[in-house]
Write a protein that binds this ligand. Structure first.
Ligand SMILES: [Zn+2]
Length: 191
């Protein structure tokens, strides 16, 4: 069996094996941007509670800000990520990888500012500093390999690495050596 071509896996930046929920929170990437970085995040709403639909709602601007006291602290926030991986490994996509999602904020990677311009953001359902599930690593490795077939990916980093001092996700519970092993990319591709 030949390996699937990138075009069999992707359509206009949408990965065919992800559940799709369109976020309005995106914009064009700068002309000529080289999409060469994957940024790994963690998120749960409210923090530490898993299994609900609040993260998808946040990214689609449909979250009820009055539904939980914590949401007051993020009321009106307009953010997105390209992908979201649930605890059981279920993969969601909110923004075409050809477009610029709003996940990194003020950030810098190897001297380049504004990582949203040239990165693909992947959120893991979780809490920063805490461990993640084997199914999540499996899904992350799978989608990352598919991304690297379609885009010139050179690095994978955590939000904590591109916004140090400001962000701490995914944190010490994330197993970077496991990603290195399963993807087989050079060690220098990882933090
Ligand atoms: Zn983050």
């Amino acid at each position: 069996m030949p390996a699937p071509t990138a075009s069999a896996l992707w359509q206009e930046g949408w990965y065919r094996f992800a559940r799709r929920a369109d976020s309005p929170n995106f914009g064009p990437r700068p002309e000529g941007a080289s999409i060469d970085l994957i940024v790994v995040h963690s998120i749960s709403l409210p923090p530490g509670r898993y299994g609900g639909d609040e993260v998808q709602q946040l990214f689609c601007n449909t979250l009820d800000w009055d539904a939980h006291p914590y949401f007051q602290s993020i009321r009106g926030l307009k953010v997105s990520a390209h992908f979201y991986i649930r605890r059981g490994g279920e993969l969601w996509q909110f923004v075409s990888c050809d477009q610029r999602a709003w996940h990194a904020g003020a950030s810098s990677h190897q001297g380049r500012e504004n990582c949203n311009d040239f990165s693909i953001g992947i959120e893991l359902e979780g809490l920063e500093g805490q461990p993640f599930e084997p199914s999540q690593y499996e899904a992350l490795a799978g989608v990352s390999a598919a991304i690297a077939q379609a885009y010139p990916i050179r690095h994978m980093a955590g939000h904590e690495h591109i916004a140090p001092g400001r962000k701490a996700d995914p944190g010490a519970g994330f197993d970077w050596p496991a990603m290195h092993r399963s993807l087989g990319w050079p060690r220098s591709a990882f933090p």
